[in-house]
Design a protein around this ligand. Structure first.
Ligand SMILES: Nc1ncnc2c1ncn2[C@@H]1O[C@H](COP(=O)(O)OP(=O)(O)OP(=O)(O)O)[C@@H](O)[C@H]1O
Ligand SMILES: [Mg+2]
Length: 469
């Protein structure tokens, strides 16, 4: 923030001003005022960070001056200088907005300490302001890329519901931007200064879900050595984002429904009812309505969550957004890595326009990041693309060979399957559960196939390098 902070001394005694000049002259830009009127003028002009204000000046009341200063410059930190060390004066000064007070004749170290505390407070406040602004900018709607019709629809709904408290259910394939939209809703609401808490229901073991969501009291179970607040409690005033809600166990669903409906709950092992004000946003890459129809998800909870529903389209359903996303990530990834943005050759753009993007925007983002960092040329050529993206032709030629009988069909099929599995694992950061989902199979089947095709972690690593190359 400030290169050299400024400090205003308001005192009618020349001796006091002189000694303060001596103490702070090196570290602050100083200015002085001898009267209340002069002080107000100087505050208006220079907005000094710190103001040392004599409480007793002839012909004016220091507390009135304080109030007028705070009215024109609320961020300024005022430290009162008082000859009367009475609790009443101190109290009145703080009541009127003073940060602190010191008694005259003052102790130099004490004065320094109080001034540096006031300065710290200002720095913290400005850091917080900066962070808030940064977060707001990062998660603002204007940072969501896409001008396709389904995306415009989504922006409309987001801006309509942001200010409300209604629960929102966001569905869409992995990597379509569900969390991004949830954050946009939160940061465009009046809850933006309060917490945005993410809970990934798939990552929680069943046995822990309830204690994580609702917290527990000391002694609620073995190992509960002290009370712990759950996500619901921590999100008070803000937004609770429940990711992969489809994975929530049926038992927990019942408790959860009750908690959202009443906005009250008990910590595990607790009797005290805890009241919270929390907005819930849930997301899933599964069709929760179908899960509900099949009895794997409580219908009442589904209806409760589905007050507003947003379906994020897969990238392949909004190809006109691909060029915008490419542009956005080419600039962003170059900036993040202090590199110059790459350009893409027309053939590369063609490939990207026709590629199916099973990992959606996340896959596109990761690819551009890799190309930005690893591609040796200014302009990315098809040869720089990962094998997975060139394999359209590869698989085609394999298919041709198999059909011509020069390669056994089973080998071609194995090769194809192998590529699919590797790609899915790579897109999901080697998360088998997610990869299985992308492939439309179960984790058990995926494991079995991986074993059969002898796909191992270490091979993934080397394949990764190959894919990145
Ligand atoms: N429309 C978009 N504009 C800009 N960036 C996007 C967009 N959609 C997604 N992204 C980026 O893609 C990445 C994945 O998005 P996000 O985490 O929101 O997806 P998700 O749907 O929650 O995925 P998953 O189901 O795997 O959790 C993030 O880095 C996000 O910033
Ligand atoms: Mg997500």
């Amino acid at each position: 923030m400030m290169s050299q902070p400024s400090l205003l001394i308001v005192d009618d005694e020349a001796g006091v001003r002189e000694s303060i000049r001596l103490i702070f002259g090196k570290d602050f830009r100083l200015c002085e005022a001898r009267s209340s009127e002069e002080a107000i003028r100087r505050v208006g002009e220079g907005k000094p960070e710190i103001i040392l204000l004599d409480i007793l000046m002839p012909g004016c009341n220091g507390l009135d001056t304080l109030k007028r200063i705070k009215a024109i410059h609320p961020a300024g930190q005022v430290i009162m200088l008082t000859a009367l060390n009475t609790a009443r004066t101190a109290f009145a000064a703080k009541e009127s907005g003073a940060f602190d007070y010191v008694t005259k004749p003052f102790d130099v170290d004490e004065l320094r300490l109080r001034v540096s505390r006031a300065l710290e407070k200002i720095q913290l406040a400005s850091e917080l302001e900066r962070l808030k602004e940064e977060v707001g900018r990062k998660y603002g709607i204007e940072n969501i890329v896409g001008k396709s019709r389904p995306m415009l629809e989504i922006y409309k709904v987001v801006s309509m519901v942001a200010g409300k408290k209604s629960t929102v259910l966001i569905t869409g394939e992995s990597g379509t931007g569900k969390e991004l939209i949830a954050r946009a809703i939160h940061y465009n609401s009046d809850r933006c200064a309060k917490p945005f808490i993410v809970v990934n229901c798939a990552a929680l073991p069943d046995a822990l879900t309830e204690s994580e969501l609702f917290g527990y009291e000391k002694g609620a179970f073995t190992n509960a050595h002290q009370r712990k607040a759950g996500h619901f409690e921590i999100a008070h005033g803000g937004t609770l984002f429940l990711d992969e809600i489809g994975e929530l166990g049926l038992g927990t669903q019942a408790k959860f429904l009750r908690a959202i409906e009443t906005e009250t709950f008990h910590r595990l092992g607790g009797t005290q009812e805890i009241k919270v004000d929390v907005r819930v946003i849930a997301a899933s890459n599964r069709d929760v309505e179908k899960l509900a129809a099949a009895g794997d998800f409580r219908r009442d909870l589904f209806y409760r969550l589905n007050v507003v529903s947003l379906r994020l389209p897969p990238l392949a359903e909004r190809r006109e957004d691909i060029p915008l996303l490419l542009d956005y990530f080419l600039k962003l990834k170059a900036e993040e890595n202090s590199l110059t943005p790459k350009t893409l050759s027309p053939e590369v753009i063609d490939r990207m326009m026709s590629y199916p993007w099973p990992g959606n925007v996340r896959e596109l983002e990761n690819l551009i990041e890799r190309l930005t960092i690893l591609s040796p040329r200014e302009t990315v050529m098809p040869a720089d693309l990962p094998e997975g993206m060139r394999s359209q032709d590869q698989t085609a030629s394999l298919k041709k060979k198999a059909l011509q009988g020069s390669r056994p069909l089973s080998e071609a099929v194995d090769q194809f399957e192998r590529e699919m599995i590797l790609k899915a694992l790579q897109q999901t950061g080697f998360n088998q559960t997610k990869a299985a989902f992308v492939l439309g199979t179960s984790r058990r089947v995926l494991r079995y196939r991986m074993e059969k095709l002898q796909i191992t972690e270490s091979e993934l690593d080397s394949d990764q390098t190959k894919l990145s190359g």
